[in-house]
Design a protein around this ligand. Structure first.
Ligand SMILES: [Zn+2]
Length: 420
């Protein structure tokens, strides 16, 4: 037997932290943060670093890595992740310290200490960490992202982490078919719904962009810095979009990391084309230029909570020729959600006269995808749902029981332990 302890992402989206335990030792899979309504980080449950044989980071989103440096003060458990995950994680953590440093129990030094213990880990290579053996598997979520197959005491536990099974510009579908696992811990963010076909979303997005630009407007695309912004740039590059495109904020830095590790990209030519044909904003002069002629501005942050996207919004919102095309999830209480629901932004509740639309470019697997994924895995005794809202999880659990005949589907809360 072994044990799974859910320290975060139990009955909630984000804040992933899964501890696999055996014989008093642990292997920690992710250690992420969420943010409260005042933008302060919320940490997962505690773990003692000296009890860990290793920490595996599945991918470079803050809700999977944001708490990890906290573990690295005196004891330094070994850290495992792909090269791209490590590089982008560093950028994100340093940025978070800049923005949120006062509320964080760690600083730049902890990030350095953590990365100093890191072992770059490739896909499909077996790694021994104390009494645990594990392998990173291609998860199709963002470049460098991985699922983890852990073997301990004769049990095989697959943690999908954030995963996807569709073809996108940046990543190919997850490669988990044929894996043998007794227990599967799977994300359930969109476990009760299905996304529209990606190709259709791309076409609708592109058509809408052309309409706006050809009528003399500029399209603002607020996008997440990690993967979404680069995906949108690649979509425009694929279609040889002939109007000016500007890329602003951390999207550019992350794009440069991706461009220097093209083996992690599904269609590397598109991102390279975007970086050479499109304009990169390097200062305030460029921001003014970007607003002068009709075109597209892809800018961080994705939910308009700050960063250059908010600057552009202020300049563009009052002109009805312009558009704000949202391509990222908009959490409750964010300016992005307020624009979608009420058509206003800021404390002054300024009206957004520009055209507003939302496009489903999610990088998370949907219900259809989860069922397909689980069908491809052999020997499942138990499925554990994490990283989802309880209502969604209930629907998905029922569906898994009905369609796949797997009776044991658990929905743990944070702090719960599951014997496996
Ligand atoms: Zn993610």
């Amino acid at each position: 037997m072994a044990r799974i302890k859910v320290l975060g992402s139990g009955k909630e989206v984000g804040r992933a932290a899964i501890l696999v335990e055996h014989g008093g030792r642990g292997l920690l899979l992710d250690y992420g943060v969420n943010f409260d309504e005042n933008d302060r980080p919320i940490f997962p449950g505690d773990v003692r670093p000296r009890d860990l044989d290793g920490v595996v980071l599945t991918h470079s989103h803050l809700d999977h890595v944001g708490a990890a440096p906290y573990l690295y003060s005196s004891i330094t458990p070994k850290l495992y992740a792909t090269k791209v995950t490590l590089e982008v994680t560093r950028l994100l953590l340093l940025d978070m310290i800049k923005l949120n440093g006062n509320y964080l129990p760690y600083d730049e030094k902890s990030v350095d200490d953590m990365l100093a213990t890191a072992e770059e880990t490739e896909y499909n290579v077996e790694v021994e960490a104390g009494s645990f053996t594990f392998k990173l598997l291609y998860s199709g979520h963002i470049p460098g992202s991985a699922s983890v197959l852990v073997e301990v005491n004769g049990r095989r536990i697959l943690y999908t982490s954030d995963v996807n099974v569709i073809d996108t510009k940046l990543v190919a579908p997850a490669k988990l078919n044929g894996v043998k696992a007794d227990v599967v811990i799977v994300e359930s963010t969109y476990g009760a719904t299905n996304h529209p076909p990606r190709r259709e979303v791309e076409e609708r997005f592109y058509k809408s962009v052309r309409e706006v630009v050809e009528s003399g407007g500029t399209v603002l695309v607020p996008a997440f810095s990690v993967a979404r912004g680069q995906e949108i740039a690649s979509i425009l590059a694929e279609r040889d979009f002939e109007y000016p495109v500007w890329i602003d904020g951390m999207i550019r830095q992350v794009a440069e990391v991706y461009a220097s590790h093209i083996s992690y990209l599904n269609m590397p030519g598109l991102l390279l084309k975007a970086l050479s044909n499109f304009n990169v904003v390097r200062g305030w002069q460029d921001r003014k230029k970007a607003l002068k002629r009709p075109g597209v501005i892809i800018a961080s942050a994705g939910m308009l909570k700050g960063g250059p996207s908010l600057y552009y919004l202020r300049k563009m919102a009052a002109d009805k020729r312009n558009a704000v095309f949202m391509v990222s999830y908009q959490a409750a209480g964010t300016p992005g959600r307020m624009i979608l629901e009420e058509g206003v932004f800021g404390e002054e509740r300024l009206p957004v006269v520009a055209r507003v639309e939302w496009f489903d470019f999610s990088s998370h697997i949907d219900q259809r995808g989860i069922l397909k994924l689980l069908r491809g895995i052999n020997g499942i005794e138990k499925v554990v749902l994490v990283h989802g809202n309880p209502d969604t999880q209930k629907v998905l659990a029922e569906k898994i029981r009905e369609d796949l005949g797997i009776e044991e589907v658990e929905i743990p809360a944070n702090g719960d332990t599951i014997e496996v």
